[in-house]
Design a protein around this ligand. Sequence first.
Ligand code: HEM
Length: 575
Amino acid sequence: MLASVSDASSPGPSIAALAIPAALLMHQLFRRYETFSVLTHAALLLGPPALIAASAVSDPSTNPESFKDAFRSSVLLYLATLAISIVIYRISPFHPLARYPGPWLAKVSMLAPALYSATGRRNRAVRRMHELYGDVLRIGPNELSIRDPAVAMTILGASGLPKGTDWVGGMLRDHNLPVVGIRDIDEHLRRRRAWNRGLGPAALREYEHVLARRAQLLVRRLEEQAGEVNLGQWVNYFAYDFMSDMAFGGGSELLSEGDKNNVWAVLDKGMALATFFGHVPWLGVYVGHIPGAAWPLNSLHRHGEKCAAKRLACGSTTSDLFHYLNNEDLPDRAPPPARQLYDDGVLAVVAGSDTASSAMTSIFNCLLTHPETYARLQEEVDRFYPAGEDAFNTKQHRDMHYLQAVINEALRLYPPIASASQRHLPRSAQGITIGSIYIPPGTAIRLPPWSIHRDACNFTFPESFWPERWLIASGHLALSDAPLPSTLPEPSADNKGKAAFVHNEQAFLPFSVGPMNCPGKALAMQEMRMVVAALVQRFRMRLRDGWDAAFYEREIRDYFNATRPRVPVVLEKRW
Ligand code: HEM
């Protein structure tokens, strides 16, 4: 039998003869079936080498040393063959995504993009790769990034693809996911209904006075600050307090008490880890089994779960988001399981505060680095809300076209979710063809807003903050009357861009589109309009003298939600 086991460093012929084909067979199995079960992985990775070793040693129970040697040889050979087979297949012309270009490291393993995402520069890297390779790019062994907005409705629309696995990594588990990570389309739509009610027009009317109260407190707290403030930090406080009021009926007072419990550090660090594990969800699930191994992310999960649990224990005091998620608005319907509400609690915290705060910070940074735009917005705000007028009353918002243009333009340049949430064509589905793009089963897809929004094929002067483009496109401003962006990289190349005005609203995807898009869009818009109008009405704002205007663009990071750098602002009351 295994005479050769006596020299364990060189596997015997019988081990090699079994381990190599077993590994090749296992590769075929891994290609067809996906599981995140650690036990199944362990069984598939260690079981066959153990069986091979057992068959190679005459009596493993009486020969434990020989068995150990045989197992070591077998496992090494088996795993090495499996790894080599996977790598060769992924870079071979036989891989279903072989026709699409991309860096070879990304074709080989998701570890490379995962590590890159840990730097927060994924959005920029993907954009650079699109510039290099074109609109359809292979960003992982089985993942495409598509910069062509024409495919958006097919991928994201009503008959589009289910969600991908990035939230499995983000939650460190493949069960008990919040609605954003539910991959079964019917289950997703079922769970989504309560969110649609909780963020629909009737609910928003309920939240309006809560929003106004928080925005008033933000203004008061800023009035109390002398001189310079880090505006992003105050916007964070406001966004988190408002989210707590809106989702959980209260419970946070960052504006009054500061961030004593480091809620924002938990959010920032947690989301950075979630982004990393979103690329390698299997690793996230492994790490999730080791207590404390991903503590900032675990803390974020626990925090969101606790907020939901506390709210459910206290019952409803206002018609908050959980009033709807818990079916309190539908007395005939049983409440969903508490576990589901805890999972959605994590989503409410992240989606309800971080994105909106990111957007508002970007808006203020854009205004402060573009004084002529700020002056135009000031003029509009003063027209609709002159001194003494209640800027927290939303009635005028609908007619404030410049304000809306400023918001859209900041969302275009700095989409809070810069790299999009993933979709995935299941392995069991048929491949789909969209124009010249064929998407084989088992492919994950992203339509990255950062790259799409900054593509000159979609928007004239793509790198410039130019709110006027939205007014031209909606017919509120004639192209010939529009002032040019003040920050054109080549000021003399100006009118060329103006002559060929391009504005493709299909390519504007900050909230995604389709039935799985952001249900909080209307609420976020209301929040942004109110806070921007109120601050512009009450304060004269400018960046700290000598502050580098390009700092924000350079330092903003993509950790699923954009992590923004400080914005030091000198505030002066206007009246
Ligand atoms: C400017 C602010 C915001 C932006 C840019 C934004 C953007 C997004 C994006 C891009 C998605 C992914 C959609 C997809 O997978 O196609 C999303 C999902 C989601 N957002 Fe927002 N969001 C914002 C604010 C909010 C707010 C205030 C809430 C309120 C709680 C919210 C709740 C959600 C929820 C529940 C989902 C998951 C939807 C689903 O999977 O069905 N968002 N958001």
